[in-house]
Each structure stands twice: as C-alpha cells, then as structure tokens.
Write a protein that binds this ligand. Structure first.
Ligand code: HXC
Length: 258
C-alpha cells in the first residue's frame, strides 16, 4: 500500500508509521488522518505485526490539526461533517500496543494524537502543548479529557489556558511521557522497546492494553472485576502454560500467540 502523507516500514514484528508532511510540520489534515487510520487498522489485522510505532520528523511529531484547512470551516462543515470523529479515532479500534515516538513539536492535535497512543516516548527536544485557545478553539480530539488524566487537572488547565509549551523533562516529570531519549537515538530506542513488547505473548499484551485502557473508562471496582476476568482468561491460553513451564524449566519461553 502506498500513501501520500505517511511512510510505513516493517521491522520484524514492529510496524513504524511516520507522519510525513514535512513542509507543514506534519500538520494533520483529512488525507493524513485517513491514511493513518488505514495503516493502523491494516497493521492491527496483520498477524506478522505485534506492536506499532507512530512517529514524525526530528522537528515535529505533528504541529497540530491543519490550520489552513480549519480556517475555512464554519459550524456547518464541522458539525455536519463530523470533523475529528469522522477519521481521527480509528486508532481507538487498534487492539495491539501503539507507541508514540515524539521528537520536536507535538502541539494541539499532535499532542492529542500522541495521547491516543498507549504510551509516549519522547526525544529530549520534544515540546508538547495544547495551544488551541490562541486560535479561538478548544482542544477537540480528546485533549481536555486525556491531558488532565495524564498530568493532573492543575497542569492541564495551565497548559490549555495559556497555550504554553512543555518540554520533555516537564512532560516526563508530570506523567505524560514514559521515557526520554537523546533525539538521535529516539527511533532506535523505541524500536527496542517495541520489539520487547512484540516478543511477549500477543494475546496477553492485548489484554494488558485492554485492561489498562479500561481503567480510564470505569469505576475502580468494575475495572478490577474486568481485570480479574481477563486474568482468569489468561489461564485458557497456551502461552500461560508455556510461560510458566519455561520459567520452571529455566529456559526461554517459546510463545505461539495461542
Ligand atoms: C498548518 C502549519 C501548522 C499547522 C505549522 N504549519 N503548523 N500549517 N497547520 N498546525 C506550517 C507553517 O504555516 C509553515 O508553513 C510551516 O509549517 C513551518 O512552520 P513555521 O511556523 O514557519 O515554523 P517555526 O517558525 O519553526 O514554528 C514552528 C511552530 C509554529 C511553533 C510549531 O509553526 C506553530 O506555532 N504552529 C501552529 C501550532 C498550533 O497552533 N497548533 C495547534 C493547531 S489547532 P509556510 O508555508 O509558512 O512555510 C489544533 C486543533 C486540535 O491542533 C483540535 C482538533 C484536533
């Protein structure tokens, strides 16, 4: 499959999707979001792939939704056209782990796209912001909901009301980012992480993702109940038998994703 606005690459069991509109710092337009959704769902359906990375350029993961396009919109276009919902949320259907590898700017919709991923790894030059308020809009792809869950209400309010940028160190300290790497090493290091995840039994990794994401959607006791049922289900898999036998026999496990 060839795309105009993204690049795709497969490295062993890891798929890398690179946002590729360098002339506008990977501003996210419909074509890019359609292609990203298509690539994500294709890799999710591909049995050879076990983990997906979304990344951008050294200068920008994505500088936000495409302002040149949005500037022409009125209420009719965005409401009737179901702007954002129509193609930004395909990523939520992906059941395999998705990692955002963020270098440079992750602003507005770029920060929101990173937050839709399961975890965020950042380069030391990463800058995160929700600057929509300066354009007369609010974050519209989940920023007002995911950012406070990630960094606290106080910091989310600070960021979204001032539009200021937060660097990688602050983002890691506040919980938005899992780890920071030197810029030149980012993709190499994230691939190592993705390959580690890809070597885990796939059904179990998918259950980990589903259980943790459920913690954002439900009460503690319902979430624990859901976790417990998935935990019980693990004992119906071959990989649970193999993982535990391998430990007891002091040998590497050979998972079969079954
Ligand atoms: C369209 C964009 C863009 C964007 C940058 N460009 N961001 N085009 N939409 N979001 C374009 C610029 O117009 C410019 O095009 C080229 O990319 C390079 O950008 P410069 O501004 O010249 O680069 P620099 O001086 O290095 O500044 C980088 C920057 C700045 C700080 C990231 O570009 C910036 O502030 N961009 C907008 C950030 C923003 O407000 N994002 C939120 C968007 S709203 P030309 O043709 O001049 O070379 C949003 C809504 C989300 O995301 C809600 C729903 C998803």
């Amino acid at each position: 499959m060839s795309y105009n606005t993204i690049l795709t690459e497969v490295d062993d069991k890891v798929a890398v999707i690179t946002l590729n509109r360098p002339q506008v710092l990977n501003a996210l337009n419909d074509e890019l979001m359609d292609e990203l959704g298509n690539a994500l769902l294709s890799f999710d359906a591909d049995d050879k792939i076990a983990c997906i990375i979304i990344t951008g350029s050294e200068k920008a993961f994505a500088a936000g939704a495409d302002i040149a396009t949005m500037a022409k919109y009125g209420f009719n276009e965005v409401y009737r056209g179901d702007f954002i919902s129509r193609n930004w949320e395909e990523i939520r259907k992906v059941r395999k782990p998705v990692i955002a590898a963020v270098s440079g700017f992750a602003l507005g919709g770029g920060c929101e796209l990173a937050m839709m991923c399961d975890t965020i790894m950042a380069a030391d030059n990463a800058k995160f912001a929700q600057p929509e308020v300066k354009l007369g809009i609010i974050p519209g792809a989940g920023g007002t909901q995911r950012l406070p869950r990630a960094v606290s209400k106080a910091k989310a309010m600070d960021l979204a009301l001032t539009g200021r940028m937060m660097d990688a160190v602050e983002a890691e300290r506040s919980g938005l980012v899992a780890r920071i790497f030197p810029q030149a090493e980012l993709l190499k290091e994230v691939k190592v992480i993705a390959k580690t995840i890809a070597e885990m039994p796939l059904l179990t990794a998918m259950m980990v993702k589903e259980a943790i994401n459920t913690s954002y959607e439900t009460t503690l006791s319902e979430g624990i109940h859901f976790e417990r049922r998935l935990f019980h289900a693990c004992f119906a898999t071959q990989d649970q038998k193999e993982g535990m036998a391998a430990f007891l026999e002091k040998r590497p496990a050979k998972f079969t994703n079954s």
